[in-house]
Every structure is written in structure tokens, then in C-alpha cells.
Design a protein around this ligand. Structure first.
Ligand code: NAP
Length: 254
């Protein structure tokens, strides 16, 4: 019998893992999405959508669906679901692993300032009006309502809801990947003097950091939330290694 996986997704990494698993006869998988994206990309395995109802709901799902192993491949900043998954896997008595893309790290010429939260970052924007490109997704964008004297360009895949009312704000709806040429053009066109982002990591959206360095623009960055306590791996291959060791198809039911 195949090992049955639940993949908590919503990321490029989860999608890549699902594509690999779909081609392996010893595994079957369900991919779970929170349901935030109106038009999610197609996936290679069956998809379920929506929250589980906290730790208890997720534990019940793992048991009812006879899930053998849990892979947490959610966004690095999705802290609650990672914590819930840690507890639910323990309660259900199954192995769990987190597939987490490595954080970005600054190099020579980068001017990065790190903040523990978006609120603390907004507090430090200061009184002098600035021109900010904000690429933090749409879920927390309302934190900038506390600093309405700046000029903003918000970039997100889908619109910020409810609409964010600020005197000087434009909303750019775009999905990466972005090239460094595109990013330099965007920063130059709007005379951006601060880039605001969070340390999501990954290649699809890293060009903005290279563009900021090239133009000498400072980057204000929200740091990663604390680790979930799960074993963390950085690649799809490492997830498969983990599963081979902790939930091998041949041993189950023996
Ligand atoms: P979160 O704060 O950690 O999770 C909030 C709640 O959303 C969870 O308690 C859970 O509800 C539900 N949820 C989250 N991910 C889920 C999944 N894959 N399947 C089913 N339910 C899920 O997470 P978030 O920041 O709202 O992010 C939601 C989703 O968007 C995640 O899948 C994440 O990968 C993706 N995402 C997040 C960010 C970000 O910056 N936070 C960026 C890009 C994509 P219940 O407690 O009811 O189970």
C-alpha cells in the first residue's frame, strides 16, 4: 500500500513536491490550500481547500484520512499553520517535516535593516515622507495605515482586501518571477527610496534585492518568525529522504 501524505501547501515548493510525488507509485498525496488565492495554480495531486479548525481539526483530519506523514510546505511566514501542524502530527502519532526555502542573506553592498515584525518596521519609517515599494503580500498591508504621510507602491498577486485607503498609494497586481531589469526599471520609474519586504527567500522574487543594491536603495525587511520545532529541510529531495527514513511504504502495515 502506498504511503499517504498530506502536503500543506500554498508555495512553489509545495507544488514542486506534489509534482514529484505524483510520479512515485509508492506515495499518494493530498495537497491542502488555505483558500486565500482566488485562482490558484493547477496541482499534480488532488487538492483540498480551507482551514481545518485548529490543531484539533487537523488531528481529526489526519486520523480520518489515514495520513501516514505530514509535509508542511507552507510559506515561511505562515507561522500558525506550522505550529498547528507540529502539534497535530504529534497527537496523531505520525512523522512530520517542514520544507522551507532558505532565507535570503545580505552580501557586499547590501543595505538591509531587519525587524522582528511589520508593526515595528512601520514604527521606524520616521516623519520624513518617503517613497516606498512594499512587497510583503496583501494580508498585513493594513499596518501601513499607521504611516499615511509616505508615498506607497504596493505590489501583490491579488488586491488588498478590504481596500487600503492611503492618500498616496498605488497598487500593482503582479505575480513573479521578476527580472533584475524589470525591478530596476520599476524602482527608477517611481523614484523609490526604500524597499520594504519580508525575508521570504526563494529565487522568484529575489531580483528586487539585487536591484535595490544596484541602485543604492535601503531595504527594510521583516525577519523570519521563530522555527516551528519540526525537522526542516530545504529541497524536495530532502523531503523524500526524510519520508524514506520515517514513513517508508514497505514497512507500513507490516
Ligand atoms: P497562518 O497564519 O499560519 O495560518 C492561518 C490559518 O489558515 C491556519 O490556522 C489554518 O486554519 C489556515 N491555513 C493556513 N495554511 C493552510 C493550508 N495550507 N491548508 C489549510 N489551511 C491552512 O498562514 P497565513 O499566513 O494565513 O497563510 C495562509 C496560506 O497562504 C498558507 O498556505 C501559506 O503558505 C500561504 N502564503 C502565506 C504567505 C505569508 O506571508 N504569510 C505568503 C504567501 C503564501 P485552521 O486553523 O482553521 O486549520
Amino acid at each position: 500500500m502506498a504511503t499517504r501524505l498530506l502536503i500543506l501547501g500554498g508555495t512553489t515548493e509545495a507544488r514542486a513536491l506534489a509534482a514529484r510525488i505524483a510520479a512515485l507509485p509508492n506515495y499518494s498525496a493530498v495537497l491542502s490550500l488555505a483558500g486565500r488565492t482566488v485562482s490558484p495554480l493547477a496541482q499534480a495531486v488532488p487538492v483540498r481547500v480551507g482551514g481545518f479548525g485548529g490543531v484539533a481539526g487537523l488531528t481529526a483530519y489526519l486520523k480520518a484520512e489515514r495520513i501516514d506523514a505530514l509535509v508542511v510546505a507552507t510559506h515561511p511566514f505562515a507561522a500558525r499553520i506550522a505550529e498547528n501542524a507540529t502539534l497535530a502530527a504529534r497527537d496523531a502519532g505520525i512523522p512530520a517535516v517542514r520544507l522551507l526555502r532558505p532565507p535570503w542573506t545580505p552580501g557586499a553592498g547590501d543595505d538591509w535593516r531587519l525587524f522582528p515584525s511589520l508593526e515595528s518596521l512601520v514604527e521606524r519609517l520616521g516623519e520624513t515622507p518617503r517613497r516606498l515599494l512594499v512587497t510583503i503580500g496583501r494580508q498585513e498591508a493594513h499596518a501601513f495605515a499607521a504611516a499615511p504621510h509616505h508615498s506607497y507602491w504596493f505590489r501583490s498577486i491579488e488586491p488588498i482586501e478590504p481596500p487600503l485607503r492611503l492618500p498616496n498609494a498605488e497598487f500593482l497586481l503582479e505575480r513573479g518571477p521578476f527580472t533584475i531589469e524589470d525591478e530596476i526599471a520599476l524602482l527608477s520609474r517611481h523614484r523609490i527610496d526604500v524597499l520594504v519586504t519580508k525575508n521570504s527567500g526563494g529565487d522568484a522574487t529575489r531580483a528586487k534585492l539585487d536591484a535595490a543594491r544596484a541602485l543604492g536603495i535601503p531595504v527594510l525587511m521583516v525577519d523570519r518568525p521563530p522555527a516551528s520545532g519540526l525537522s526542516e529541510v530545504g529541497t524536495v529531495d530532502a523531503v523524500l529522504d526524510f519520508l524514506d527514513h520515517h514513513a517508508p511504504p514497505a514497512e507500513r502495515g507490516a
